[in-house]
Design a protein around this ligand. Structure first.
Ligand code: SF4
Length: 433
């Protein structure tokens, strides 16, 4: 239906069973609708005293940021008042998932409040050593779908290419924690040649997603070589990059990088955003630069307990994303990665968030909520149930306000064997739904 078109709520008499005479419109909403009053305050970069003397030129240099990442308990203590849970978490993070935080991302953290969403994503807590029986080393079954090291071929027409194991900041809920951060190396030339050989011989592959680790941590020349050689394979139509760098190291988005990326269109970028507080002036500039390069931008967000699992936070996030020309694309249910149970919410929480978005804000702002099936079944979309019942020749639906509407199914019109123009004979056939 067109936006703005009107339908009357179905009357009691024309509702199909089991609704007739029993249901009230308002009862059809799975979760109560309430006006979201709470606000997410905007955040500003506040340079901790440790970096007060750093020159602007250095601070805005992505290589400086990368070289000066915080990787130890001692450094972290200099900028944050760590809780005992965080101190223990950092001590136990060695050999599990590396600790690394760019000075820029650290400057967004609240040094006092341990519940700061930026801080919770990047600083390990002792809960990480708790392993649940449901967790897996490789929750998405990527390794068993890997014909060549670094390449995951799970869907027929697209592949995932892991070009580096390095990230600017290591997210404590990372699905690929078995791989990232251990060596901070990019794909070797020999390995890449094997990947190319595989792709050339698999003509059904039309889409390559570069991921890792973070592909935007490669130097322009190396990234260009990878993109250029993939683009030269005739059956590869689309190149995509999955990255968190515009959020954790936005200084990396330079004019030079965008000019290089532009040469490889169609190229799309999915950016991993988690919380509206991540959208600072620097991030706005980075995303605008990418969008000005003609690169379609989408967001991917992991649903995280105590960080973004409230509808008003997600609403703020998706609305802010549209303002910087990033189309909200996916909300992921948190995967079953080792030591991440404390981040997981119920699936009902994710459905409730969609319930509070769909119809309540611009359609472009509503992402698809998915569970990536454990073991490698792919993404399964979930949403509130808007189909109330399917009746004889009609269906009954509810809208975002819980009001009920009927939609008549069409009579199917069958065309007999094609005849020369002017002689078509339409044979209507009554079909029961
Ligand atoms: S940026 Fe992505 S790959 Fe890197 S740690 Fe975060 S979730 Fe994992």
């Amino acid at each position: 239906m067109q936006e703005g078109a009107k339908m009357e709520p179905a009357s009691d008499s024309n509702l199909s069973s089991p609704l007739r005479g029993t249901e009230k419109a308002s009862q059809l909403v799975l979760f109560p609708i309430s006006v979201e009053q709470r606000k997410v305050e905007e955040i500003k970069e506040v340079r901790p005293p440790l970096w007060k003397e750093v020159l602007e030129r250095e601070w805005n240099d992505w290589r400086w940021q990368l070289r000066h990442r915080i990787t130890s308990l001692e450094q972290m203590k200099e900028i944050i008042e760590l809780t005992p849970e965080e101190t223990e978490g950092i001590k136990h993070s060695k050999g599990r998932l590396a600790l690394a935080v760019t000075p820029y991302f650290a400057s967004l953290m609240d040094p006092i409040n341990p519940n700061c969403p930026i801080r919770r994503q990047a600083i390990p807590r002792i809960e990480e050593i708790h392993l649940s029986k449901n967790e897996m080393v490789d929750p998405l079954g990527e390794d068993k779908h890997s014909p060549v090291p670094g390449l995951v071929h799970r869907y027929p027409d697209r592949v995932l290419l892991l070009v580096t194991d390095q990230c600017a900041v290591y997210c404590r809920y990372c699905t690929r924690r078995r791989l990232v951060g251990s060596h901070e190396r990019s794909i070797t030339q020999g390995n890449f040649e094997e990947v190319l050989k595989y792709l050339k011989s698999h003509r059904k592959v039309r889409d390559v997603l570069l991921s890792g680790g973070d592909p935007l941590l490669l130097e322009n020349e190396r990234l260009e070589e990878i993109l250029g050689r993939l683009r030269a394979i005739p059956h590869i139509e689309l190149l995509r990059i999955g990255t968190r760098v515009p959020v954790t190291l936005p200084q990396r988005i330079t004019g030079g990088l965008v000019r290089m990326l532009k040469k490889y269109h169609p190229l799309m970028i999915s950016i991993h955003f988690t919380h509206p507080k991540e959208i600072t002036e620097t991030v706005r500039r980075a995303c605008n630069e990418l969008a000005d390069g003609g690169i379609p931008l989408g967001s991917q967000t992991v649903l995280l307990k105590g960080i973004n699992d409230k509808p008003y936070i997600m609403k703020k996030l998706v609305q802010e994303l549209l303002k910087i020309r990033v189309r909200p694309y996916y909300i992921y249910q948190c995967d079953l990665a080792m030591g991440t149970e404390h981040f997981r919410t119920s699936v009902a929480t994710g459905i409730q968030i969609i319930e509070k978005l769909r119809g309540h804000t611009t359609g472009y702002a509503v992402p698809t909520y998915v569970v990536d099936a454990p073991g490698g079944g792919g993404k399964i979309p979930l949403q509130p149930d808007y189909l109330v019942t399917r009746g004889k020749g009609k269906i009954v639906l509810r809208n975002y306000e819980g009001k009920v509407f009927e939609y008549p199914e069409p009579n199917i019109i069958e065309f007999k064997k094609a005849r020369p123009i002017g002689e078509e004979k339409v044979v209507p056939k009554k079909v029961m739904a």
